[in-house]
Design a protein around this ligand. Structure first.
Ligand SMILES: O=C1O[C@H](COP(=O)(O)O)[C@@H](O)[C@H](O)[C@H]1O
Length: 257
């Protein structure tokens, strides 16, 4: 697995703007090379701030939003439109402001669909399988970019330290009893995350600094899920200065001092 590159920005606001610019560039590059692109979205503070920063920049028009598949790394198992759903935050911040193709917005279903969390996970796994091409060599597309927020406990998507989902070899699972509410979620697993060409972990705030240090160490992903957040081709840790404050000197590249 590749070694992560670390880029540090002055504060959370600049971090979100810089990640937004990176996403636009990545999607434009992929679309010009292949025609269409795929992105996996995250919830969380920096994740949603990044989407709002994309919506706010005129450069967003460089992306052909109709030729983009949009997936989620995890979802809180709540009804459609619930303010705590990652989907709701992403729609309000970005998706309602750009011309996405509705059939290419792949949401994880909530309880209002009549499904259990397990059924929702299975349905999402089936959707991923259907989108996977022979060149992906597996049940999940090789996403062009996956954005992952990270909690102070080092969780990514809805993979929390020590939970059984971290041992699961399926691509999507239901997760129950999470320490962070709501307690029921649907999440990609580590194998699905690691199928991405690029994985970008975004984090801001001093309370994330210990988790960032561990995620960049040789810790195991069952204890430190973010240590398993690695892309096939590239892994980036995009941080603000406080989140980067405990990483070993020389590891982070200060981009906006
Ligand atoms: O619950 C979740 O939390 C994480 C991180 O959130 P943050 O507010 O600490 O940035 C997020 O990445 C994940 O998608 C979400 O469901």
């Amino acid at each position: 697995m590749n070694v992560p590159n670390v880029v540090v920005h002055r504060n959370a606001d600049i971090l979100a703007k810089a990640v937004a610019a990176r996403i636009i560039t990545r999607l434009v590059d992929v679309q010009s090379a292949k025609g269409s692109a795929s992105i996996v979205l995250t919830g969380g503070t920096v994740g949603i701030a990044t989407l709002a920063a994309i919506a706010a920049t005129p450069a967003r028009d460089a992306v052909d939003w109709r030729r983009l598949d949009i997936w989620w790394g995890d979802e809180r198992f709540l009804p459609s439109g619930h303010e705590e759903r990652n989907e709701t935050g992403a729609r309000a911040a970005l998706l309602d402001h750009v011309d996405v193709a509705p059939e290419r917005v792949h949401v994880m279903k909530g309880p209002d669909s009549g499904m259990t969390a397990e059924e929702s996970a299975e349905a999402y796994a089936a959707e991923l399988r259907a989108a996977s091409r022979p060149e992906d060599h597996g049940p999940v597309p090789s996403f062009d970019v996956m954005l992952l927020g990270m909690g102070p406990d080092s969780h990514v998507a809805s993979l929390f330290p020590g939970m059984p989902a971290l041992y699961d070899t399926r691509s999507v699972v239901a997760v129950h009893g999470t320490p962070k509410p709501p307690p029921t979620r649907v999440s990609l697993t580590l194998p699905a995350i690691q199928a991405s060409r690029e994985v970008w972990v975004v984090a801001a705030g001093e309370e994330k600094s210990g988790a960032v240090r561990l995620a960049l160490s040789d810790a195991g992903p069952v204890q430190v899920p973010a240590a398993g957040a690695r892309g096939r081709q590239r892994t980036l840790f995009l941080l603000d200065r406080t989140a980067a404050s405990k990483i070993p000197p020389g590891l982070g590249r200060m981009a906006s001092p």
